[in-house]
Design a protein around this ligand. Structure first.
Ligand code: ACM
Length: 265
C-alpha cells in the first residue's frame, strides 16, 4: 500500500491557501493514503473562541471536506486531515478519514495540549479503527502520543497503521513513535507542520520531521525540520498482522491483563 505524509506550513486563518497547498503537494505524488497535519486548514494558535468558531467546520460538510472528498474521488485514494470540528455543543480538535467512496469517519482528540484546553472540548468518541483497501487504520492526534494506551487500544482493535496528525512543539514525539511501533507491531504515519506561528503575544515553532515507521520501529523516512514536503512509502500491511516475536513470545498472547487493571481506572 502506498501511504504518505504531507508536511505543511499552514498560514493562520487562510483556509483557501492551506487547502490549495495540500492539494498541490498531494497531486505531485500518487498514493493510496495521504495523512495531513493537525488543524492543517486553520492554523493552530487561536486567540479567542470566536476565531475558532469562525474557522470550524461541521464533519461531513464545509469547504475543506468537499474539496478533499472530491480529490479522493478523482484520485481513487483516501485522505486523513486534522481540522477544527464544529458541533452543537462546541468545537473539537478532530481528524477525519475520507475515502474515494465518500465514506468518512471522525476522531476527536482525547488529550488536549496546553491552551487547546481553553478553546476545544475534549474528545468524546471511542477509539475505533476504519477499514480501507484491506487495511485497518487508527487515528490519533498529536499529544495523544504521550498516552501509550491510545496506540495500544487501536492496535488491539486491529489497526495496522496509526495515522497521527500533529502540530508538534516538543522534541520527543518522533522518537517515541518508534516505540509505539515496536510495542504494537504497527506502522505509524506522523504528519507534522513546520514554521513559526505568532499571534500577538502567543506563538509556537513547530518541529517538522514528519515520519513513517515500520512495524519494527525503523524510520522509513523523516522529513526536514523546516521544509514543506510529501513522502510516499510502499508498505506491506501483512507485516502488521504478525504479532509473533519469537517461538516463545507473542505480543498479544503474553499480555498479563490481570495485572493491568489500574490502567482502566
Ligand atoms: C499538540 O498536541 N498539538 C502538541
Amino acid at each position: 500500500m502506498l501511504v504518505s505524509f504531507v508536511q505543511l506550513r499552514p498560514e493562520f486563518g487562510n483556509k483557501p491557501a492551506n487547502i490549495d497547498k495540500a492539494i498541490s503537494l498531494m497531486e505531485s505524488k500518487p498514493a493510496e493514503l495521504y495523512v495531513l497535519p493537525e488543524l492543517f486548514n486553520s492554523g493552530y494558535v487561536f486567540t479567542s473562541a470566536e476565531e475558532l468558531d469562525n474557522l470550524a467546520e461541521t464533519a461531513g460538510d464545509g469547504v475543506t471536506f468537499k474539496i478533499i472528498r472530491d480529490f479522493a474521488q478523482k484520485h481513487k485514494c483516501a485522505v486523513i486531515y486534522g481540522f477544527p470540528e464544529k458541533a452543537a455543543e462546541g468545537n473539537y480538535n478532530s481528524s477525519i478519514f475520507i475515502d474515494y467512496h465518500g465514506k468518512f469517519r471522525v476522531y476527536r482528540k482525547l488529550h488536549l495540549f496546553y491552551e487547546e484546553n481553553l478553546y476545544f472540548k475534549p474528545g468524546n468518541f471511542q477509539l475505533e479503527t476504519v477499514d480501507y483497501n484491506g487495511a485497518k487504520l487508527g487515528m490519533m492526534i498529536c499529544y495523544d502520543w504521550i498516552y501509550p494506551e491510545v496506540a495500544r487500544i487501536l492496535a488491539l482493535k486491529g489497526a495496522q497503521i496509526i495515522c497521527h496528525c500533529v502540530n508538534l512543539v516538543m522534541p520527543y514525539c518522533q522518537e517515541a513513535m518508534k516505540t509505539r511501533s515496536i510495542e504494537n507491531r504497527v506502522f505509524t504515519i506522523t504528519a507534522n507542520r513546520i514554521g513559526e506561528e505568532k499571534r500577538g503575544e502567543k506563538g509556537f515553532t513547530f518541529t517538522g520531521q514528519s515520519q513513517i515507521t515500520d512495524c519494527a520501529g525503523n524510520v522509513l523516512y523523516r522529513a526536514d525540520v523546516n521544509k514543506e514536503e510529501i513522502f510516499v512509502a510502499d508498505i506491506n500491511i501483512e507485516d502488521a498482522k504478525d504479532k509473533k516475536v519469537n517461538n516463545f513470545n507473542s505480543l498479544w498472547d503474553d499480555r498479563r491483563t490481570e495485572y493491568y487493571k489500574r490502567l482502566g481506572e
